[in-house]
Design a protein around this ligand. Structure first.
Ligand code: ATP
Length: 588
């Protein structure tokens, strides 16, 4: 496929506000893409070079793009800056300048394919060191000068890492389903396959090469992280007993970094909850796996937490987070030693463990970890009694932990989903919801009164409705920020401003400035109430909202370990609302 054709589709997609129509257009596009092109086309559509775990990031600096545009349209740089200032978008700047100027077309310029554009971007992102800046400018300017204004707009946005066409992973999966089977329901199979490889390009490739059967038989692959299983929440111990029925396991809940560890011989890679590769943060844990885990191939999960091996004390998250750094890791290993509490086994020597029962996974995990020092199985009890459950919870809190996770003994590992096979319970405060809520920022209000100078007075936030692949508003938030945090946040948000309501946002209320859903904040609230103004779970004009919401900042306002689709979901809010009703009935 030619890039000009893809750019034409992008332009169409930008103008559409209905998700169903968007899926139809994407499916039409997918039907035209060839087998050899599908993975790269999907990455371009996502605005990336590879899935997040591949650590292959786009993101050419503004200044380099400005130079490249200047060179390709033969206009001085200050002119470019002027237009950029007016339009606020370098993609639009390139388009306008190409429309207005006669460009210097390089000899041999011709239509380029999507693959050529992708390959050039990959080359650009791989350049570093002396002379790389000039080389980047030259490569980009060659691309721009051989482009139509419309192509240039999207090439520039792609290079910046800001393509933002407004559709999420599940929209792409649904469109792939429609394109390949003429029906939407194959999305479920595609989703299952996606949950065990986390790579949409790869899904496209398998679908186009091996068809539906290829997707149905897709296997766990080393160094392609599995999307993590997540825990549901309930309000009372009694509800845990109810949901689990019979005996179950209760593990301590550690508040550290989730690590999914892949080992093949001596090669070790670690992935975060968000599926970024984080191996370089944990050289001590990687070395321990290399040296002391004897199995040839393994994928297992655990939580790394700052831990005093001498006293058995768990340290607070503020200590653990010090590992999140690029330099000085070796020093930190000494100052803040971590311990990994392993809680699941996903794969062992060629065999997937996802569809084995929890009891079997745990038993094998314990066996594998014999003789390993820095890693041990999560502490747990097996019980069916409410009293014991409560005692174990209190003990965990007393030891400085976050709470517990109850796990059903017969359950499989359900990748990429939040199910009642895992139920978490955290310390609850009177008059507060027992759990914090993760919200996606979708807009902000310009500061007034004492907040004028920060330019930001509050946020409009949303939960994620997975079924609709839409963000639904649930709260405005104006408390919990320091002044410095507000100023900092405004800077970050201004980079992803949107001129109109982002396509996947469903809102009745309007903020002063719309923001593309990208960042997550952590919020605490007193309760959930019904609301006629928020669209979260809205039915017959009534949705849900948070009462007395306030931001929780653990050193940083934005939770960088999560992406917008990790926001608390609409279903979770509705469940929390129901639970709160239940527990207030009990209290009375
Ligand atoms: P939270 O903000 O509570 O960590 P989350 O959205 O990141 O929530 P949840 O599913 O709500 O994820 O809680 C599970 C998280 O708890 C896991 O992602 C994992 O990092 C951590 N965790 C700590 N101990 C355990 C354990 N024993 N079993 C499973 N997960 C655990």
């Amino acid at each position: 496929m030619l890039f000009s054709e893809l750019a034409g589709y992008f332009e169409k997609l930008e103008a559409i506000s209905s998700r169903l129509e968007m899926i139809d257009i994407l499916a039409e596009l997918f039907r035209k893409v060839k087998k050899e092109e599908i993975s790269k086309t999907i990455y371009v559509m996502q605005g990336v070079l590879a899935p997040p775990f591949a650590n292959l990031k786009l993101g050419v600096a503004d200044k380099i793009i400005e130079d490249a545009i200047a060179l390709s349209v033969n206009v001085p740089k200050h002119e470019i800056e002027k237009v950029y200032k007016k339009l606020g978008d370098l993609g639009l700047t390139a388009r306008q300048l190409l429309e207005g100027k006669s460009k210097i077309t390089p000899i041999g310029a011709r239509d380029r394919s999507v693959i050529e554009i992708y390959d050039t971007m990959t080359k650009i992102s791989s350049l570093s060191g002396k002379g790389s800046k000039d080389m980047k400018i030259r490569l980009l300017s060659n691309l721009i000068s051989a482009s139509s204004p419309q192509e240039a707009k999207f090439i520039v946005r792609y290079a910046l890492g800001k393509l933002r066409l407004g559709f999420g992973d599940y929209t792409i999966l649904e469109a792939l389903s429609l394109a390949s089977t003429n029906e939407r329901k194959f999305r479920q199979e595609l989703e299952r396959a996606y949950n065990i490889c986390s790579d949409l390009g790869y899904i496209g490739e398998i679908l186009y090469s091996n068809g539906e059967e290829g997707i149905k038989h897709m296997k766990v692959t080393l160094f392609k992280p599995i999307r993590p299983a997540l825990a549901e929440r309930v309000a009372t111990f009694h509800q845990i007993i109810d949901k689990m029925g019979g005996n179950f396991a209760v593990e301590q809940k550690y508040d550290g970094f989730r690590c999914q560890i892949h080992k093949k011989g001596d090669e070790i890679k670690i992935y975060s909850r968000n599926l970024d590769e984080t191996t370089s943060m944990f050289p001590d844990i990687a070395e321990e796996v290399r040296k002391n885990i004897k199995e040839k191939e393994i994928i297992f999960e655990g939580e790394a937490i700052a831990f005093n091996e001498d006293t058995g004390e768990f340290l607070p998250f503020q200590e653990t987070i010090q590992r999140k750094r690029v330099y000085g890791i070796q020093e930190k290993i000494k100052q803040v030693p971590l311990h990994l509490f392993a809680f699941d086994l996903l794969y062992l020597n060629g065999e997937s463990y996802l569809n084995k029962e929890y009891s079997k996974r745990r038993e094998t995990l314990e066996h594998v970890l014999k003789g390993v020092n820095l890693i041990s199985p999560a502490n747990r009890i097996l019980t069916g009694s409410e009293k014991e459950l409560e005692r174990f919870f209190d003990e965990s809190i007393e030891n400085g932990l976050e709470g517990i996770v109850a796990k059903s003994l017969a359950s499989h590992y359900i990748a990429g989903a939040r199910k009642f096979t895992w139920i978490k319970m955290k310390r609850s405060y009177r008059g507060e919801l027992s759990d914090t809520i993760d919200l996606a920022i979708i807009g902000y209000y310009i500061g007034k009164g004492s907040r004028t100078e920060f330019g930001l007075g509050g946020l409009l936030c949303a939960v994620y409705n997975k079924k609709r692949d839409m963000y639904e508003t649930v709260s405005k938030i104006g408390t919990g920020f320091s002044e410095a945090e507000m100023a900092e946040l405004k800077k970050e948000l201004d980079q992803i401003k949107s001129n109109s309501k982002p396509i996947r946002v469903d809102a009745i209320i309007k903020p002063d400035i719309w923001i593309e859903p990208k960042y997550i904040i952590k919020v605490r609230a007193d309760e959930i109430t019904k609301s006629p103004t928020h669209t979260c779970g809205m039915q017959n004009g009534i949705g849900y909202a948070l009462r007395f919401p306030r931001l929780i900042s653990d050193g940083s306002v934005i939770r960088k370990d999560k992406s917008a689709e990790d926001a608390t979901t609409t279903d979770e809010i509705i469940n929390m609302f129901k639970q709160q009703k239940l527990s207030s009935i009990k209290d009375n």
